[in-house]
Design a protein around this ligand. Structure first.
Ligand code: CO
Length: 211
């Protein structure tokens, strides 16, 4: 059997398993989605959002890209975030990075990878902002791990910088923004930052909705 056929076969087994649990499993879940969480994670195959959090279908609204970035010119991530906030009214937005991230490792190198350079450039900016702290660490492994964490914190802050996040904070007192890091070596998730609704946002990024 060709390898990819295994995935289709697995799906048949999965359908049977769900239907055995509850006959109306699919008709129920097809009716609508009301996820309480938006997950922004890395595309890395070793960080499956639902598996590592034990979330069921219908619980997580998911966006994944290289190195879990929130880039303010990326209509893809911005559309996902706006939809999650304004239509799904999620309570929490989780930005989750992971140690051993290839995107972070490559951004720390001088490799030229064509268009990917433009994506990784945003990680290089995070490095530049925190260069003193990162370069003060004793070896490359520790430096990379710290950049993974600083990048998560930075991306969580970028969610807070968005006008539609701040508007929702005022009118709905949500979402709470979280920055987490996943340890691919141990399987644990660690909490790095939590930004509560109506937290103070760095001056220049704060919007005034009174006008
Ligand atoms: Co990654």
């Amino acid at each position: 059997m060709e390898d990819y056929r295994r995935l289709l076969l697995n799906n048949k087994a999965w359908v049977a398993e769900k239907l055995a649990l509850r006959e109306d499993y699919f008709s129920q879940s097809a009716a609508e989605q009301k996820p309480e969480y938006l997950w922004i994670g890395c595309s890395d195959s070793r960080v499956p959002a639902e598996d590592i959090t034990g979330a069921q279908p219908g619980e997580l609204f998911v966006h994944r890209n290289i190195a879990n970035m929130v880039i303010h010119t990326d209509f893809n991530v911005l559309s996902v975030v706006q939809y999650a906030i304004e239509v799904l009214a999620v309570k929490h937005i989780i930005v989750c990075g992971h140690y051993g991230c290839g995107g972070i490792r490559t951004a720390m190198s001088k490799k030229d990878l064509g268009i990917i350079n433009q994506w990784l450039r945003h990680i290089k900016d995070v490095y530049r902002i925190h260069a003193d702290e990162i370069e003060g660490l004793p070896n490359q492994e520790k430096q990379m791990a710290r950049l993974v964490e600083l990048n998560v914190i930075e991306q969580a802050k970028r969610i807070a910088d968005l006008s539609f996040t701040q508007r929702s904070w005022l009118s709905n007192n949500k979402p709470t923004v979280h920055g987490w890091v996943y340890d691919i070596y141990s399987g644990s998730l660690n909490d790095l930052i939590r930004i509560d609704p109506q937290s103070s946002v760095d001056g220049i990024y704060a919007y005034d909705f009174s006008a």
